[in-house]
Design a protein. Structure first.
Ligand SMILES: *Cc1c(COP(=O)(O)O)cnc(C)c1O
Length: 456
């Protein structure tokens, strides 16, 4: 046991190896020393667990491999073959070509972000984008911030700080990591007044709770969960009617900025910002990188009075959106204005792809891969806290890993470790790759990665 520890080389011995000292010169000596130390700590752990001491050349090979991974640019490109269209861990929506180009234009050199080229005077970074957002949603006014979480927080702080906000008990919920409606309300300086029950809340419940202290009625779309059975949620129009009668603004957190009707693809109808504006909601809030298919952003639309109040709040500056996201958001919204969203925005192309088209792509993959894989029917999901439980019929490449004497986990790991990393899913001991979420230009790289993973 102790002798196994004595067989371990020292940090200095490893560092003096030719390849390692070359790495230390190329990267940083400190970073390479840290990797060596970490590797030796792991080796001592293995010995403590009853294993053998690794040879010096094995340790050196591991350190070289680790340093190579460390030197790769981040974030790395990942081919999404999970069939989850808005995969939060993979950065939600991929951007359209126009949105990518707009970002590049904003990144290279200087731009007229806050300058009116016509007059040469200072302009507003919001003016252009608010116009586009207002045009596509029909709203009187719009404001864009960093993400939807900050949009909601800012809206509440500007409209209802120091006042009561009435929320249905069924909507005082947690929407994904760290966004809990009661906590956001408290942070904004408002007081939560819960009405109704978890499953059933009526418009009259809101009305009965209105007092002189009420600052707003808040509706929150159940974007990542579903309550089924004996349930009731009032129509947003009914809340608007009550709010108008009692002089209280209605705020609506839509979650996703779904500007196209999701029902045309056989899914539940996701509430749309246009409908919310049309119903007379005072302020509606939604994300830029969910079903809108653009960059991370939080969009606020509503009446001019209320949007002006929000824009003037000191927190607005703290939640400011950056120029790259703004450029990409503008280009994405232009697709809707030009009526080309289904053709140009990647997530809508994926959602709209007919099962037969997906099948054809998977059949081509299967022919390329050979006997280890076949086409199978499956389900894609939307993900990203949108349309929970809704699925799209799809086709997947189903890989029989036993035919290459591997486990599905091993093959999946090889796919993730490849230069062109591929993420699929595992079901019943098979690796499944859904063509719906793979961009056409990624197919060659996916097939090359797959060939290597199945030969290893
Ligand atoms: C996703 C979501 C948020 C948070 O939006 P981000 O853009 O991720 O900050 C807030 N509210 C609802 C209802 C959501 O679905």
């Amino acid at each position: 046991m102790t002798s196994a520890y004595r067989l371990l080389p020292s940090v200095e011995q490893i560092l003096s190896d030719e390849r390692i000292s070359a790495l230390a010169d190329e990267h940083s000596r400190q970073a390479i020393t840290d990797i060596v130390r970490q590797r030796l700590t792991n080796a001592r752990g293995d010995i403590a667990a009853g294993g053998d001491a690794p040879q010096a050349h094995e340790i050196i090979a591991d350190v070289v491999a680790r340093a190579e991974v460390m030197a790769l640019p981040w974030p790395r490109h990942v081919i999404n073959a999970t069939g989850v269209v808005l995969h939060t861990n993979l950065g939600r929506a991929p951007l359209s070509d126009d949105a990518q180009n707009a970002m590049l234009r904003a990144a290279q050199g200087y731009s007229d972000l806050e300058l009116d080229l016509d007059t040469g005077r200072r302009g507003s970074r919001q003016a252009h984008i608010s116009n586009l957002v207002a045009r596509v949603t029909g709203a009187e006014a719009a404001l864009v911030v960093n993400n939807n979480a900050s949009a909601v927080m800012l809206g509440l702080a500007a409209i209802a700080s120091g006042k009561e906000v009435i929320v249905s008990r069924g909507e005082a919920v947690e929407i994904g990591g760290g966004f809990r409606v009661p906590d956001v309300l408290r942070q904004s300086g408002a007081t939560l007044v819960e009405v109704g029950t978890t499953n059933r809340t009526y418009a009259r419940d809101y009305e009965a709770a209105i007092t002189e202290h009420t600052g707003a009625l808040l509706a929150v779309h159940a974007s990542n969960f579903r309550v089924t059975g004996f349930t009731h949620t009032p129509e947003i129009r009914d809340l608007v009617e009550i709010g108008a009668r009692r002089g209280v603004p209605v705020l609506y957190d839509l979650g996703s900025g779904c500007l196209l009707d999701s029902a045309q693809f056989g899914m539940m109808h996701e509430p749309m910002p246009q409908e919310s504006v049309n119903a007379g909601v005072g302020l509606s809030f939604f994300s830029g990188d969910k079903l809108l298919g653009g960059p991370q952003a939080g969009i606020i639309v509503g009446t001019k009075n209320l949007v002006d109040l929000v824009a003037q709040h000191p927190l607005a500056r703290a939640m400011r959106i950056d120029k790259l996201s703004m450029a990409a958001l503008g280009a994405t919204i232009e697709h809707y204005i030009r009526g080309e969203a289904l053709d140009k925005i990647p997530i809508w192309r994926m959602i709209a792809m007919p099962p037969d088209t997906v099948k054809q792509r998977v059949m081509n993959w299967a022919n390329n891969v050979g006997p280890h894989a076949s086409a199978a029917q499956s389900k894609s999901t939307i993900g990203g806290g949108s349309l929970p439980g809704e699925t799209l019929s799809t086709w997947v490449l189903s890989i029989d890993c036993s035919s290459v004497e591997s486990s599905a986990e091993t093959v999946a790991k090889r796919l993730r470790d490849a230069d062109s990393a591929v993420l699929g899913r595992i079901e019943d001991g098979r690796v499944l790759l859904d063509a719906r979420t793979v961009l056409p230009e990624e197919e060659d790289a996916l097939l090359a990665t797959l060939q290597t993973a199945l030969q290893a």
